[in-house]
Design a binder for this molecule. Structure first.
Ligand code: PGA
Length: 248
């Protein structure tokens, strides 16, 4: 099987103001520039307000841009929402969909996530689809069932595997300082690949949840972990870059 290129994604969540966000993006871009040609992909997902100015700052650098969510429709009467086409217009190549924080706080269902995946892929974005078991599901030994159900439910009937990244993010590991062991992660990633059938060979499966510089090496060395989705540790360029460097 061909070696898949690793992907390092920074999910800033609702953090970063105009000046601090731009500075952070420029610092990451400088690190990336100094390592050209990069042997891995780096994607920054700032809050929507910063995408345009960061997009200009990242032009001619190898750092790619993503958003943290989008609507499933291309346009229309959806007060407060942003479409995938609008994000593509301002330089986004990726969008995170179905993050557990959105599922929990806004009641996003698998069905809604699947509609968003279809809409975002139609607009040309690569969709980073998040799935992960809760602590209760893990304690009940229902991780595999939860993952399979969420994965199949969060994908539309037709999708482009070349525009799909699956992010395994156990809900209990996000922001908690706890992570599953690399063995446990490998087990889930292999399950994801099996569920995707032939597409599982090519679709990157990345891990997210309390990834920090001290554990990134043991995760990214695994051939079955195609990258990481980093939350709080992506808010500091030194820390984020030392995680990214483990993908070399
Ligand atoms: P964390 O968040 O790295 O802060 O745990 C990861 C995520 O929610 O994507």
């Amino acid at each position: 099987m061909a070696k898949r290129r690793k992907i390092i994604v920074g999910n800033w969540k609702m953090n970063g103001r105009l000046t601090s966000g731009l500075n952070l993006a420029k610092e990451v871009a400088n690190r990336a520039q100094s390592e050209i040609p990069l042997s891995f992909d780096v994607v920054l997902c700032p809050p929507a307000t910063l995408i345009w100015s960061i997009s200009e700052a990242l032009m001619d650098t190898p750092v790619l841009l993503g958003a943290q969510d989008c609507h499933y429709a291309n346009h229309g009467a959806y007060t407060g929402d942003v479409s995938a086409g609008m994000l593509a217009d301002i330089g986004c190549r990726y969008v995170i969909l179905g993050h557990s924080e959105r599922r929990a706080a806004y009641g996003e269902t698998n069905q809604l996530v699947a509609k968003k995946v279809a809409g975002a892929q139609l607009a040309g974005l690569t969709t980073i689809v998040c799935i992960g078991e809760t602590l209760e599901q893990r304690a009940a030994g229902a991780t595999e069932e939860a993952i399979t159900e969420q994965l199949t439910g969060s994908l539309p009937e037709k999708f482009h595997p070349s525009q799909l990244v699956v992010a395994y993010e156990p809900v209990w590991a996000i922001g908690s300082g706890e992570t599953p062991s690399p063995d446990e992660i490998r087990h889930v990633h292999q399950l994801v690949r099996r569920s995707l059938g032939v597409m599982g060979e090519t679709v990157p499966v990345i891990y997210g949840g309390s990834v920090v510089p001290s554990n990134a090496g043991s995760l990214l060395v695994e051939p079955d972990i195609d990258g990481v989705l980093v939350g709080s540790a992506s808010l500091n360029s030194d820390g984020f870059w030392s995680i990214a460097e483990c993908a070399r």
